[in-house]
Design a protein around this ligand. Sequence first.
Ligand SMILES: [Zn+2]
Length: 465
Amino acid sequence: MSVLIKNGTIITAVDEYKADIYIEGERISAIGENLSMKAEKVIDAAGKFVLPGGVDQHVHYSFDYKGEKVRGFETTNAAIAGGTTTVIEFVNQEPGKGIAETIEEYDRIEAAPQAMADYSFHGVICDPSDKVFEEIKSLPDKGISTVKLFMAYKGLPFHSNDESIFKALKASKDAGVTVMVHAENADVIDVLQNECLGKGQTEPYYHAVSRPVTAEVEATQRAIHLASLAGAPIYIVHVTARKVMESIREAYNGGIGVYAETCTQYLVLDKEDLAKPNFEGAKYVCSPPLRTKEDQEVLWEAVDKGWLNAVSSDHCGFNWKEQKHMGINDFTNIPNGCPGVQDRLAILWTYGVEKGRISRQKLVDLFATTPAKVNGLDHRKGHIGIGLDADIVIYDPDHTSTISNETSLHGVDFNIYEGFQQIGKIDQVLLRGNMVLKDGKYVGKQGQGRFIPGMPFGLCYGDKK
Ligand SMILES: [Zn+2]
């Protein structure tokens, strides 16, 4: 199959120019003005922007919170509808099994048969034996270049102590595996949660009260110190607040290899959403919690200046009616996490680009290019360039609509961005040259998404091919 995209304006992380794109098979084979190749399919992108498909490095399709399971890979068409052509899933290591073994099984049974977007994996360390730390060294051979540890969630199977994090950092650095951490102080939160419950403070709002910014700051700084002691880089996921970002910026400026993302919801929502009546607030329960409007502005500046280098969705598809209601009498039983994989581009465009907070190039950088690099996928993903996968989003900027759960494909009964304005719309999406979204409608099929191996850090671009 050959495709010629004519007359569009290409946006990359570094530039913007009018050119045609010629795709042969699954890859981009030529970019230039007035390309005249014969193609089986011609797309006229006049008046539209042409972006690389998004890479969402933080999604949960297998997460389990106190026995409640999220919607899985059967809903990855929501990623495509949101212009995200690659998702990176956190797979919790099963006790007694290796990281790679758990991931291979999950891939075979869940991901490969159902995926509608391309995908890669982070291994989440849950069973921290010496065998597992030894295993980290061979993970890149299996296309896994990242592991994650949770400093939060005391008492849940995926919680890790400092010993585990330090050992993981030491094992990962020579293998080129990036360690990611969810940084919140689990012990402090446990005490504060019990204090709230003891006072009868059971509503969703107390989720935010019991997880103060300082608990995130403390864990972030501790993680940075552990990384520094191990001589390894570290990646902090979902940064929510000014003081956390400042800790990271200061360490980075001091020469430590610390990198971090924020997530869409922290840019446009705040903790007052948790106070919505009739248990509506439960919809917004994610960890760390939503913060303040002032933090939102700080985070926008931070992503613009590069102090935080990616915006992920932290997509987590729990239903409100059956699942979030588990915590109707106790906020600690509300499954943590919000859906959002479909709305990341719309929010970044509408509230970032259109409000003058970030440029279109910066949007592409945060949405696709840097997440591809962080996870060793930039040999194929995150950029419009010759030889790379033809993952393309055609964006029509002359359109205004409202985000609604009625048009969300995530299989969940609510949308945290319900009623938000959306400027522009995603017209078409190509996944490795295949049309998977046409005129805004999903037209791909289950099982079309492929596993993309993540390369270890420390290799130069040419080595990755
Ligand atoms: Zn997450």
